[in-house]
Design a binder for this molecule. Structure first.
Ligand SMILES: CSC[C@@H](O)[C@@H](O)C(=O)COP(=O)(O)O
Length: 350
């Protein structure tokens, strides 16, 4: 096996002046990369999930803005800023739930507005800002992982953790949020095994979380989504750690569809359920999870497994990509500034 660690799903290629994305639609069968040369290509890559996962989407959007800035021809500052807004709008249309997308685009727009100098200098500053966002995200993930390990159940025996979807290095600039906690627990000798829900319909757990674990020799068992409650009932799970796409001010958490049912099952079995996410995933403007926009994706994702159609002709489909886990089911939200109870999240507002 060719080992691809550490995993960096989004990279700036200085020599070729393009962004290199790991094509996550090809994993685990094939490790390939895609060169992204302009903002439209980046928007498409986010939409069709070549790159996915809230923080990775944010980093990619930041690079999309930097690429878009370079496509603008005018040397007139006001016109440049106006055209950059249009690039921002295009990137914002890609995926509605992951707030990191909007957070990163906003940060890039503010960088452009605050920048002094010529249009050329602003373009350079935007590229530097995208690189900065990327570096910060890796450091944030490592801090989340350190904080996360501290809150895991304190038991003499090694822990069995369950996770849903992929909140690993592939979903961030590197290292991961929920899977970062798993990684750190493994590095510290506190992890026995991670159970990865397969995560229908896109199978990020079976494909991506499992792939990342195999890369690093972390023991991983893939289960279908409907097995999680059974595993909990059998005493196989000590804690659940998942990522997030958007967290409202009260701690309600939108994450990959199926997360809510895992949280309900964890509560029923008295198993702590943790959300690991950077503060850039918290949308303090939203009072509760009812205000979080939920992306609905193509019905084909439900109708098919891989390329095989599994449903009869004539049925209807419903394919929300995310659900909202109420704060009451969450034992703690693990951020780079420490882990807090959902109701105390507001104390971390910068
Ligand atoms: C650190 S990633 C956190 C979330 O973005 C992740 O759990 C998730 O739901 C990803 O969804 P996806 O649709 O694959 O982008």
């Amino acid at each position: 096996m060719v080992c691809h660690t550490p995993v960096y799903p989004v990279r700036w290629d200085r020599e070729n002046q393009c962004v290199i994305l790991i094509d996550q639609t090809c994993l685990p069968g094939e490790y390939t990369t895609v060169n992204i040369r302009n903002s439209s290509e980046m928007a498409r890559a986010i939409k069709i999930m070549i790159v996915r996962g809230a923080p990775a989407i944010g980093v990619s959007a930041a690079y999309g803005m930097a690429l878009g800035a370079r496509e603008i021809q005018t040397q007139e500052r006001a016109l440049f800023l106006e055209q950059l807004e249009a690039v921002a709008e295009m990137l914002k249309q890609t995926r509605p739930t992951a707030v990191n997308l909007f957070w990163a685009i906003q940060r890039m727009l503010e960088t452009a507005r605050d920048a002094s100098g010529s249009v050329g200098e602003i373009q350079s500053q935007l590229l530097a800002e995208a690189e900065q966002i990327q570096q910060e995200d890796i450091q944030t993930c490592q801090a989340i992982a350190q904080e996360g390990v501290k809150v895991l159940p304190d038991r003499p025996e090694r822990l069995n953790l369950l996770t849903h979807c992929n909140a690993g290095a592939l979903a961030t600039a590197g290292y991961g949020t929920a899977l970062g906690v798993v990684r750190s627990a493994w590095a510290q000798g506190r992890l026995k095994r991670v159970y990865a829900d397969e995560t229908r319909p896109r199978l990020q757990g079976a494909k991506l979380t499992a792939w990342e674990c195999v890369q690093e020799g972390i023991p991983v068992t893939v289960i279908t989504d409907n097995m999680a409650a059974h595993c909990m009932q059998q005493g196989m799970i000590d804690a659940v750690v998942v990522g997030a796409d958007r967290i409202s001010a009260n701690g309600d958490t939108a994450n990959k569809i199926g997360t809510y049912s895992v949280a309900v099952a964890a509560k029923a079995h008295n198993i702590p359920f943790y959300v690991a996410a950077p503060l850039s995933t918290v949308d303090f403007k939203l009072a509760d999870g009812g205000e979080i926009p939920i992306e609905e994706r193509d019905s084909q994702e439900v109708a098919q497994v891989g390329d095989t159609r599994i449903t009869p002709v004539g049925v209807e489909y419903y394919n929300p990509a995310f659900d909202v886990t109420p704060a009451a089911l969450i034992a703690g939200i693990i951020t780079e500034k420490g882990a807090v109870a959902p109701q105390d999240l507001i104390s971390l507002k910068g």
